[in-house]
Design a protein around this ligand. Sequence first.
Ligand code: GUE
Ligand code: MG
Length: 310
Amino acid sequence: MALLIDGKAQARALRATVADAVRRLGTHQGLVPGLAVVLVGDDPASQVYVRRKGEHAREVGMRSFEHALPAATSQATLLERIARLNRDPEVHGILVQLPLPAHIDPEAIIHAIDPAKDVDGFHPLNVGALAVGGEGLAPCTPLGCIRLLESHLGELTGKHAVVLGRSRIVGRPLASLLLKKDCTVTVAHSRTPNPAKICRQGDILVAAVGQPGLVQGDWVKAGATVIDVGITRLGEGDSRRLVGDVDAACVSRVAGALTPVPGGVGPMTIACLLHNTLIAACRQHGLPEPDGATGPMAPRDGLPLTHPHG
Ligand SMILES: Nc1nc(=O)c2c([nH]1)NC[C@@H]1CN(c3ccc(C(=O)N[C@@H](CCC(=O)O)C(=O)O)cc3)C=[N+]21
Ligand SMILES: [Mg+2]
């Protein structure tokens, strides 16, 4: 049976590391990192997540600024709020909870966030920085996946990683992070013929498509490390449950290790958000960054600035 990778325990450990660094920043620099979370509308699931982010931020000693705006908030009003947070020296990280109501263009909102405070890593400047393997803020869910993989495998160099899904929030940035870790990376998606065959090649398989139970036992190489990013809510009342993209009952007979849902990637996402906020605060104050398990962000094997063949 596959080993279960305990995301909850690792998230707790990462929060403790962040709390420690926050304490030292306070003592030596008089700096308290601040995280602003903006929620538009009253979706109950989003309210739960936003509340949890605020609680965890306070637990690690950060300031938490929660901005709950009504569903009818105009795009202009939201842009004004972001401009205010961009200017606020007590705010080092800004997260606008997605999805936004239909009348607001998420691109316009993401563009408006100061890239230095973009702890989600969604601003085009951070997306571009990650794509060329340079400095920036990377998205939290992919960062959490890398930490879970390294906790189990150690060095990722030379492993064949298959990423199932090409979303902007998980699949694409995760492929970039895995490249930075010197993996051989394959991205499979909804238009890939025979995805099972591709997935079976992975020493590492990350499922991030949001299709409950898609990945079956015969999609997985024996002994592979499987990260399940999907979280779909199924059922009503007493039978309500969270289901991942991986059919855990059969995959756990084949894989070497597997992340559970819940208790895998989800808690790591929030812990990485706090870590990003810490990094953002340090950079904004010109202080050295605490280096995390993902290591320094210096480019290696970067793209040549001129095409080798002219
Ligand atoms: N701007 C923005 N940034 C985000 O990072 C962002 C977002 N918008 N919109 C929604 C998604 C979703 N997301 C999750 C974070 C933690 C859990 C999490 O902690 N899950 C727990 C269980 C949660 C439960 O019990 O409902 C677990 O998997 O164990 C889940 C989902 C962040 N998101
Ligand atoms: Mg797709």
